[in-house]
Write a protein that binds this ligand. Structure first.
Ligand SMILES: [Zn+2]
Length: 261
């Protein structure tokens, strides 16, 4: 694969990660800073009911009221990621957009003089998800072939192919945004002791292992003598993989019923 093809794929992957985790970030803004436990990847399992609402609300953070954000770091991250991707869309549109004014595929720039906030925001009003999909289209050179009007007259393509220097700028920007999102959500690669929650079977110390490309897992420090009903990992520690984690959440809650999570 050429370096351009690799850059296209990496950029598209990072944009998808940002889209998939955006709902988690919105939730994090309205939630006190997360404890290590339970792992955020379990949120969908433990809290399925809230997610519909998050997906439905795609208004950009920059146009919303934040009367009382409970996690300022998450809000700062969200606003920074919007700035990065909206700015990137502006840059790409200025370079390669030829679409007609009424074409819904157009990226609309901000119009500071417009009468109302939504028009002033241009395509930013559609939120981060739209911007991310739009950028992915440019990175993948979608809609760059000549098109035909209804009467068969050929028209110029809505977009020109992205020149290599902008492809690589897009890759850099999107990966910075992805990295910041993963760090803020605690989903980057790290190993953290689970504080104040000893192993319910042996009292050993539990450790949470996360990696953006893998499901989280938890290990017990005790080794052979731990009687937890889960397998050993290759270092002889009891390990709760993805399918066993909910069982561990339940066992910890039963061991210490005063905690809420
Ligand atoms: Zn144990």
């Amino acid at each position: 694969m050429t370096s351009d093809a690799i850059a296209r794929r990496e950029t598209a992957d990072a944009l998808r990660t940002v889209r998939e985790l955006w709902g988690e970030l919105l939730l994090a803004i309205e939630t006190p800073p997360a404890d290590v436990w339970p792992p955020r990847q379990l949120a969908h399992t433990l809290r399925a009911a809230d997610d519909k609402q998050l997906v439905a609300d795609r208004a950009p953070l920059v146009l919303r009221e934040h009367p009382a954000p409970l996690n300022m770091t998450a809000l700062d991250t969200g606003l920074a990621i919007e700035r990065m991707l909206f700015g990137l869309a502006d840059t790409l549109a200025a370079a390669v957009q030829r679409a007609e004014a009424d074409d819904p595929r157009r990226w609309e720039f901000q119009q500071p003089g417009a009468a109302d906030a939504r028009h002033a925001a241009g395509s930013r009003a559609h939120g981060l998800h739209f911007a991310s999909v739009w950028i992915e289209g440019r990175v993948l050179d979608e809609d760059t072939a000549p098109e035909q009007q209804l009467d068969g007259t050929p028209t110029a393509p809505p977009f020109e192919p992205l020149p290599p220097h902008l492809l690589h700028e897009a890759r850099r920007t999107v990966r910075v945004a992805e990295g910041r999102l993963l760090r803020t959500l605690g989903l980057d690669q790290r190993t953290m002791p689970v504080p104040d929650r000893p192993c319910p079977w042996c009292g050993g110390e539990l450790t949470l292992h996360t990696d953006p490309d893998e499901a989280p897992r938890v290990t017990c420090s005790t080794g052979d003598d731990c009687t937890a009903p889960v397998p050993f990992d290759d270092r002889g520690r009891r390990v709760w993989g993805w399918n066993d984690l909910v069982g561990l959440v339940v066992a910890l809650a039963e061991a210490d019923p005063l905690r809420t999570s």
